[in-house]
Design a protein around this ligand. Sequence first.
Ligand code: 4NP
Length: 164
Amino acid sequence: MTTRLLFVCLGNICRSPSAENIMNHLIEQRQLSDQVVCDSAGTASYHVGSPPDRRMAQAAKAQGIELVGRARQFDPADFDRFDYILAMDRENYRDIVALAPVGQHQDQLRQKVRLMCDFCRSHSDQEVPDPYYGGVEGFNYVISLLQDACEGLLDHLLKHPAAP
Ligand code: 4NP
């Protein structure tokens, strides 16, 4: 059975494409491509069609990870397409939940839509900070935080292989 993950931030050019590509890197290393597949999206439409932010790509490259993909906007149909929807911060979380189909079971929604930092093991952050208006350090920090969260999330999936 394949578990489908969707990583979501605001613009889909910094945090969520990093999460997607870091997770794909781990999946490849552990030969899990037939078990876990990833995508990413933004709650906003400003950057639809754009490649990942150059500063973010630089920070990822320094850790051996190439950022690929083009931004797209989160679509309410994604609730059916994915098993987990990972929000980078609380605002993303609220924006995603606000688009849930009417009548969606609240328990199912809470199982499916999660905060990425809930899977961190070394960091105590509760949100992945938005690096867009800051300096290089912020981009580097996002990469280390997401590496921690992605490892924790992948281990969680291997322990709980059934979709939520
Ligand atoms: P992201 O970062 O949500 O991690 O992709 C941002 C990208 C663009 C903007 C803000 C955050 N923006 O305001 O254009």
